[in-house]
Design a protein around this ligand. Structure first.
Ligand SMILES: N[C@@H](CCC(=O)N[C@@H](CS)C(=O)NCC(=O)O)C(=O)O
Length: 214
């Protein structure tokens, strides 16, 4: 049995929860609310030494890092769904997953952190709205919006791990009032993601509503 340590409050933990739902994989879900210090439990740190969610246990396998976990779910128990046999397409999926971890998430984090911390109840209301025009984030928003023009999904017009990985951080977009009107292709893709049963099943308050943190 696959054991996933996660909380749907976390954008990174939502990725494997949604992928497992989409692939109809049975999960033994251990809820670890890292925002209330539950990640510090020694039993959990034996699986996830950095005390972060998500983490997966499957037999002898211990995995942390959300994108590695979803890759394992798809290629292992998922039987190759949400990925591809074609090396070029698999590399394209990996490209978006690496981009997500090395650019998208790091540039979104400073913009979202104060609002998300407030939504989690661990910080006071931020004094200003999210700075969606931050210089370091702008090229990545433009890249994603340009790439999605005329496409339904990120790779080869089929839903893949790339979409679940990149969608992770968009969990917070409604709450942090992302300017969807300024990025129409990104907005249309986000609406397609939100319509997926797997995304709906892993939605949680407060992120599914438009927050009013100011
Ligand atoms: N690169 C990691 C990031 C994991 C991560 O930062 N998880 C956050 C929640 S989104 C966490 O557990 N934070 C708790 C902490 O740092 O104490 C991944 O993709 O899994």
């Amino acid at each position: 049995m696959l054991a996933l340590y996660a909380t749907a409050l976390s954008a990174n933990a939502r990725k494997p929860m949604a992928v497992a739902h989409h692939l109809a994989l049975e999960l033994d879900l251990h809820r670890v609310n890292v925002y209330r210090g539950e990640g510090m439990a020694p039993e959990f740190r034996a699986i996830s030494p950095l005390a972060k969610v998500p983490a997966l246990v499957d037999g002898e396998l211990r995995l942390f890092e959300s994108n590695a976990i979803i890759q394992y779910l798809a290629e292992g128990p998922g039987g190759g769904r949400l990925t591809s046999d074609d090396p070029a397409l698999r590399a394209d999926i990996a490209r978006w997953m690496f981009w997500e971890a090395s650019h998208w998430q790091p540039e979104l984090t400073p913009v979202l952190a104060p609002i998300v911390a407030h939504g989690l109840g661990v910080a006071p209301a931020p004094s200003a709205p999210a700075s969606w025009d931050a210089a370091a984030l702008a090229p990545h928003l433009a890249l994603l919006d340009d790439h999605l023009q005329g496409r339904d999904w990120l790779v080869a017009d089929a839903l893949s791990l790339a979409d679940f990985a990149v969608a992770g951080m968009t969990t917070y977009f409604r709450y942090a009032r992302f300017p969807f009107d300024a990025y129409p292709a990104l907005a249309a893709w986000h609406a397609r993601v939100e319509a997926l049963p797997a995304w709906r099943a892993t939605a949680t308050e407060p992120w599914s509503t438009s927050g009013d943190p100011h």
